[in-house]
Write a protein that binds this ligand. Structure first.
Ligand code: BQF
Length: 283
């Protein structure tokens, strides 16, 4: 039976440290603020935004929620982003993705001030990640790294396989593993012999968005298996990209869904917001 990586516990520890630091800053009169913008009424996005607000409240940040109707125009959204860019109470700006189809994610992100871009999606921050010179790490890959560290398994020299090549998870994930000297393979829908490639991995990160596609035959005995998926199974129940029940005996360490990567994403957002706040306030 693998060790189950408790993302809730690891994230609680991260948030505890941030809470202590936020309290110290508050004693010096410095408050940290995160603006969260949500457009439309996608139910999953609403849950995620709620999680972010709750985390802010827990660690002692001010959170400013902007819930805009689905019909919001590009001009209106850009005007809000501009206002937040220039608001000294706002250290971090997060525009919840995906946006409704008539709004261009890329255009909106490009207009967020890079030093307030706590998701690290702005091209300036993406570029900084490539060269290993960053203030913000993208929240989900950063959370995955923390979970890997929590196992005590060292990345250096290990075979790492990332399944999925999105700009939000797969690509930056591969880069962070590379920064720690992993030997990294990125797999995707055109990869041949995917099972064979995955089953060589000492560290396997699944971020494809296909429910339970990673079964035990994709997993090397004793591997670290990290599941970034937020999928629904045939009964509409939340599950990951990894078939947890099938893999849990073979893996050395494995994350559950829920309670694995998800809580870490939120904790890393709080970490980035603290970093942004300290930068802005010259701490
Ligand atoms: C948990 C996200 C896909 C697309 C856009 C805790 C979250 C999820 C799960 C959460 C996610 C996923 C977020 C759990 C934020 C992670 O207990 O397992 C927290 O709120 N997430 C997002 O903002 O946008 C997404 C996944």
């Amino acid at each position: 039976m693998a060790n189950i990586i408790d993302g809730k516990a690891v994230s609680a520890q991260v948030k505890e440290n941030i809470k202590a630091e936020a309290a110290e800053l508050k004693a010096k009169g410095i408050e940290i603020g995160l603006a969260v913008v949500i457009v439309g009424d996608d139910p999953a996005s609403q849950v995620y935004v709620r999680n972010k607000e709750k985390a802010c409240e827990y660690v002692g940040f001010n959170s400013y929620k902007y819930a805009l109707p689905a019909e919001t125009t590009e001009e209106e959204l850009l005007a809000l982003v501009d206002k937040l860019n220039n608001d000294d109470n706002v250290d971090g700006i997060l525009v919840q993705l995906p946006l409704p189809k008539h709004l261009d994610d890329k255009l909106i992100i490009n207009n967020i001030r890079p030093d307030k871009d706590v998701d690290a999606f702005h091209p300036v921050n993406v570029g900084k990640i490539m060269i290993g010179d960053y203030s913000f790490l993208p929240c989900t890959p950063a959370g995955v790294m923390e979970l890997i560290h929590s196992t005590g398994v060292v990345v250096s020299g290990k075979k790492c396989v990332v399944v999925g090549r999105s700009n939000i998870v797969g690509k930056p994930m591969a880069m962070l593993l590379l920064h720690e000297s992993g030997t990294v393979t990125i797999c995707h829908s055109k990869t041949q012999d995917l099972k064979e490639v995955c089953s060589q991995a000492d560290i396997l990160v699944a971020a494809v968005g296909r429910p339970k596609m990673i079964t035990a035959d994709y997993v090397k005995e004793g591997a670290v298996v990290i599941d970034v998926g937020m999928d629904r199974d045939e009964n509409g129940k939340l599950c990951g990209d990894v078939d947890f029940e099938d893999c849990k005996e073979k893996a050395g360490y494995i994350t559950p869904v829920p309670g694995g990567v998800g809580p870490m994403t939120i904790a890393m957002l709080m970490k980035n917001t603290l970093t942004a706040g300290k930068l802005h306030k010259g701490v």
